[in-house]
Design a protein around this ligand. Structure first.
Ligand code: SPV
Ligand code: MG
Length: 669
C-alpha cells in the first residue's frame, strides 16, 4: 500500500507561516512538523512508499524531506497549475504512481496514531468519520446510509457525519474513483474537490465510514487551529502505555507489538520478577536486571519497571497508564482473570485496554521450542535447581519413575486466579523406581538401571532432577555415581546416612536398619564433593535419626557435621503422622544455620501445606511416591473389573480414551 499526501495547496489562511514554505512544514511540536509527524506515523504503521504532490515551494519541500530520518521511499509529483487548480488535479498528475491500494490524506491533517492503526486494520475501503464530533459548517461531511458512504462534501447535512480527508482505498475502489477524477480533469473540471468525482461513482464502489468517535484527527487551516492542535499534541504526548513482559528471548514478534504499543504514548514496560516468571513459566535464564536492561535498550521504550506479581494491579495503580497493550491470547484460558482485573483497574480511572492479534508465527513458536529443548541439555538443566532456590527459596518436586510419569511431572499445571502452578523439579525415587520394576526398595535395582530411568525422564522433560541415591553405596563407588549423574545433568543427589542392607525408611524400626557413623558418612560426602566437576551439582545429606528413633539431638549433631563435610543441603525425614519432630528439627537447625537448604518428604505428615513448610524455613518439599501410589490402585481396579465382568466394557469409564493417551506423548519432528 502506498500513501498519497496532498501538499499542493497554498495554505493562504496560515498567514506568515506559509509565506516561505508549504503548510505541511509548519511546526506542531518541539520536534515535529505536520509532515514529519505524518511520515513517522506512516513508517511506524509499516508503509514503505509515499507519493507527495507539491505546488508552491516544491523545492523547499523536497529539500526538507531530504533532511528527515527514515527509510520511506518518497516520490514527489508537482502540480504545475497549483495556483489555479484544486487537489483533484494534483491526484490526476500523480495517477501513474497510484495503481494499487492507497492511503489518501491531506497534507494538513494531524491525527493520533490509533486513528491510523484502526484505518489500516479496516478490511474494506474506508473514510475516517466521527459520530461524536459536531457537524462542521465548512469542512467535510460524509453522507452515510446503510453503513456506506454515499457522498462526501462540505454542503451535505442530512444523514451526515463529520468526516476527515483520510481514506484507506482498496485498489478496485480507488481505481474507480481515479477513473472519475480522470474524466473530471479531461473535461477541465480541475478546480473542484476530488470528492466531487467520488460522489459520481460511490454506487460502483464500497466506501465505509470508519468511526473514530473522539480520537483526535483534525486539519490545520489557520493559526487558531494550529494553536489548538499544538496543545492537544502536548496532551497526547503525556499519555502512557503499559505492557508487561516475562520473556528473556526477544524476537521480532515482541518488537512488533512494542512498536505498536509505543504509538499510543510513552511506553512503560513492566518486567515480571524472577519469582513471578518462575511461578508460571519456566524460570528465566536472564536475571531480572538483565531483562530490565534488555527492554531499556529498545528504541521507543520510555521506562522499565519491575512487576512483582502476575497481577498488574500494583503497577497500574502506581503509574496509571492511559493504555495497557496485550496480545488477544489472554481473552480466554488461564490468564483471563488477570485480564479481567486489568480491565477493572483501568476502568476505575478511565484507562483503556488495547489488544492486538497474538502472533502465531511459526518461527516464534520454533524459537520457543528450541529454547525449551536447550533447557533439557545437561549443562542448562543441572544448575537450575540452584537457580530456582536462589529465586524462590522454595522448590516443590514430584516423583517420576519412567517417561510417562516424567511427562506428568513436567506438564501438569494448575490454573487459578490467572496464575499457573507447576512442580519445580522431579524426584527420582528409589522406592518408586524399584516398585515399578516389581522389586523391593533395598538397593537391588542397580545404578545402571537407575541411570536408565533418569535418561528416560530426561528425554521428555526440562525440569531439574533430584536423584534418590539411597545410601550412596561404598564411598569409592559414590565418587563415580556423582560424576555420572553430574555429567547427565542431574541437579542433586540425596544420600541417606544408613549402611548395610538398606530398607525403606517408612518401615522405620520395624525392620533392621543400621545408621552409618558420622565419620563414615562425612567421608562419603567429602568424597562426592571432591569428585564433582561443576559448581552446580548438589549433594544432599539425608538424616535418618528420627526414622530410627535416635532423637533430635542426634539429628542435629549429624546435620552440623554433614554440612561441615560439604553437604549442600540437608534432608530430615520422619514417618510420624504428626509433623512435630520435623518442625522441631527445622526450628533448631534454622536457629544456627540460615543458609543450608532443608528438604522434607511429607508422606506421613501430608497435612502440612507448602506455605507452612516455607514459613518454617524448609526449602524443598518432595512428593516422593504419589504417582505410583495413585496408579497402582487405578490399575488394580481395572484388572478386577475385567475379571468380574468377563469383559472390558465396565472399566471403560476408568480408562483414558486411547486417542487422548496417544496425544500425551509428544512426537519429535
Ligand atoms: C524414596 O522415595 O525412595 C525415598 C523416600 O527414599 S521414602 O520412601 O520416604 O524413604
Ligand atoms: Mg529411597
Amino acid at each position: 500500500m502506498k500513501a498519497l499526501i496532498l501538499n499542493s495547496g497554498l495554505g493562504s489562511r496560515m498567514g506568515s507561516l506559509t509565506a516561505h514554505q508549504p503548510k505541511c512544514m509548519t511546526k506542531i511540536s518541539k520536534n515535529e512538523t505536520i509532515l514529519s509527524r505524518q511520515l513517522n506515523q506512516l513508517a511506524n504503521a509499516g508503509i514503505e512508499e509515499v507519493v507527495i504532490t507539491t505546488g508552491a515551494f516544491a523545492g523547499e519541500l523536497r529539500r526538507y524531506c531530504d533532511t528527515l530520518e527514515g527509510n520511506l521511499k518518497i516520490s514527489f509529483v508537482e502540480n504545475p497549475d497549483y495556483q489555479s487548480t484544486n487537489y483533484i488535479y494534483s491526484i490526476y498528475c500523480a495517477r501513474e504512481y497510484l495503481k494499487e491500494d492507497i492511503l489518501l490524506l491531506h497534507g494538513d491533517l494531524v491525527f493520533e496514531n490509533e486513528v491510523l492503526t484502526r484505518l489500516l486494520n479496516a478490511h474494506e475501503s474506508s473514510m475516517v468519520v466521527s459520530s461524536t464530533q459536531p457537524l462542521p459548517d465548512k469542512d467535510f461531511k460524509a453522507v452515510v446510509r446503510d453503513g456506506k458512504i454515499l457522498s462526501v462534501g462540505v454542503n451535505f447535512f442530512d444523514y451526515a457525519m463529520s468526516a476527515q480527508p483520510l481514506y484507506k482505498l482498496l485498489k478496485e475502489d480507488w481505481l474507480c474513483w481515479l477513473g472519475a477524477i480522470e474524466k473530471f480533469c479531461a473535461a477541465d473540471r480541475r478546480n473542484c474537490y476530488a470528492e466531487d468525482a467520488l460522489n459520481e461513482v460511490t454506487e460502483n464502489l464500497t466506501l465505509r465510514p470508519m468511526d473514530i468517535y473522539d480520537l483526535f484527527c483534525r486539519e490545520i487551516d489557520n493559526e487558531k487551529d494550529l494553536a489548538e492542535v499544538t496543545l492537544k499534541l502536548q496532551e497526547i504526548e503525556q499519555r502512557t502505555v503499559y505492557m508487561s513482559f516475562s520473556t528473556d528471548i526477544l524476537h521480532s514478534g515482541h518488537i512488533s507489538i512494542i512498536n505498536k504499543a509505543r504509538q499510543f504514548g510513552r511506553l512503560i514496560i513492566g518486567v515480571l520478577s524472577d519469582e513471578a516468571v518462575a511461578s508460571y513459566k519456566r524460570f528465566p535464564i536472564l536475571s531480572l536486571n538483565e531483562r530490565k536492561n534488555l527492554f531499556a535498550n529498545i528504541k521507543g521504550v520510555f521506562r522499565v519497571v519491575e512487576q512483582k506479581n502476575l497481577s498488574y494491579r500494583e503497577n497500574l495503580e502506581r503509574y496509571r497508564p492511559n493504555f495497557v497493550v496485550h496480545g488477544d491470547d489472554w481473552q480466554s484460558g488461564f490468564q483471563k482473570p488477570i485480564r479481567d482485573e486489568v480491565i477493572d483497574v483501568l476502568s476505575s480511572y478511565g484507562g483503556r485496554l488495547i489488544e492486538f492479534p497474538y502472533s502465531k508465527d511459526e518461527k516464534h513458536l520454533l524459537l520457543d521450542q528450541r529454547a525449551q529443548q536447550e533447557f533439557s541439555l545437561p549443562d542448562m538443566r543441572r544448575g537450575r535447581l540452584n537457580k530456582i532456590l536462589a529465586i524462590k527459596n522454595f522448590v516443590t518436586a514430584i516423583e517420576a519413575h519412567n517417561g510417562l510419569t516424567g511427562l506428568i511431572a513436567e506438564k501438569t499445571a494448575f490454573y487459578k486466579d490467572g496464575a499457573a502452578r507447576q512442580f519445580d523439579a522431579i524426584w527420582i525415587s528409589s522406592l518408586c523406581d524399584s516398585t515399578s520394576k516389581g522389586k523391593p526398595d533395598i538397593e537391588l535395582v542397580d545404578m545402571t538401571s537407575r541411570f536408565n530411568t533418569v535418561n528416560e525422564i530426561m528425554e521428555i522433560s526440562t525440569k531439574p532432577i533430584i536423584f534418590d541415591g539411597d545410601t550412596g553405596g561404598l564411598k569409592e563407588h559414590f565418587a563415580y555415581t556423582v560424576r555420572t549423574l553430574e555429567r547427565m545433568g542431574v541437579s542433586m543427589i540425596i544420600i541417606e546416612d544408613k549402611i548395610g542392607l538398606k530398607k525403606n525408611s517408612l518401615f522405620g524400626t520395624e525392620v533392621a536398619q543400621v545408621q552409618d557413623t558420622i565419620e563414615n558418612f562425612c567421608a562419603k560426602i567429602a568424597t562426592g564433593k571432591r569428585a564433582q566437576r561443576t559448581k552446580d551439582f548438589m549433594i544432599c545429606a539425608r538424616i535418618e535419626s528420627l526414622i530410627l528413633e535416635r532423637g533430635l539431638a542426634d539429628a542435629l549433631t549429624r546435620a552440623r557435621a554433614f554440612v561441615k563435610a560439604g553437604a549442600d543441603a540437608i534432608m530430615i525425614h520422619s514417618r510420624k503422622k504428626s509433623p512435630a519432630e520435623i518442625f522441631e528439627f527445622v526450628a533448631a537447625f534454622r536457629a544456627e544455620n540460615s543458609y543450608t537448604p532443608l528438604v522434607v518428604v511429607p508422606t506421613a505428615f501430608a497435612q502440612v501445606t507448602e506455605e507452612e513448610f516455607k514459613a518454617r524455613g524448609v526449602n524443598i518439599v518432595i512428593y516422593a511416591n504419589h504417582l505410583i501410589r495413585s496408579s497402582f490402585p487405578a490399575m488394580q481396579r481395572v484388572a478386577l473389573s475385567i475379571l468380574e465382568n468377563h469383559r472390558a466394557l465396565e472399566c471403560e469409564s476408568l480408562c483414558m480414551p486411547f486417542k487422548k493417551i496417544i496425544r500425551l506423548i509428544p512426537e519429535s519432528d
